[in-house]
Ligand binder design. Structure first.
Ligand SMILES: [Zn+2]
Length: 133
């Protein structure tokens, strides 16, 4: 498999409901974003996909979040704007935006600080499918 990775960022405030700590207080982050898309084959010019396509689609998603209070933007009006949920929302939206390209959105990583982040990806072995776990 070949992976293509792009990085982006946005600035936004959030507050986590019911976390029982200081993360319930309104605060902001410069969120780091990493997008990994993959393909088993390369195209005729030897690439997975033009970086700019992934960058542009990612920017469309992040522009909605930039300089906003995430708790006021759906679906974060209903679910907590945690790094995990932001990764899931970005993943789902990017998958939709890139659906016409022969690539797989493999993983979205959201960095809340330089040292703490979360990612979302679709497991090929969902729970309950007979795995020993
Ligand atoms: Zn935070």
């Amino acid at each position: 498999m070949y992976d293509v990775i792009i990085k982006d960022h946005f600035s936004a405030a959030h507050q986590l409901r019911d976390c029982g700590g200081i993360c319930e207080n309104l605060h902001g982050h410069n969120w780091g974003v990493e997008i990994i898309v993959s393909s088993q084959k390369l195209d005729s010019i030897g690439t997975v996909v033009d970086f700019k396509i992934v960058q542009d689609k990612t920017k469309e998603i992040l522009d909605v979040f930039d300089h906003q209070l995430l708790n006021t933007i759906p679906p974060f009006t209903d679910i907590n704007p945690s790094a995990e949920n932001i990764a899931r929302v970005c993943f789902d939206q990017l998958k939709e935006k890139l659906s016409s390209y022969p690539i797989l959105v493999k993983k979205v990583i959201i960095w809340e600080t330089d040292h703490c982040g979360a990612s979302f990806y679709e497991s090929s072995h969902p729970r309950g499918s007979g795995d020993p776990l």
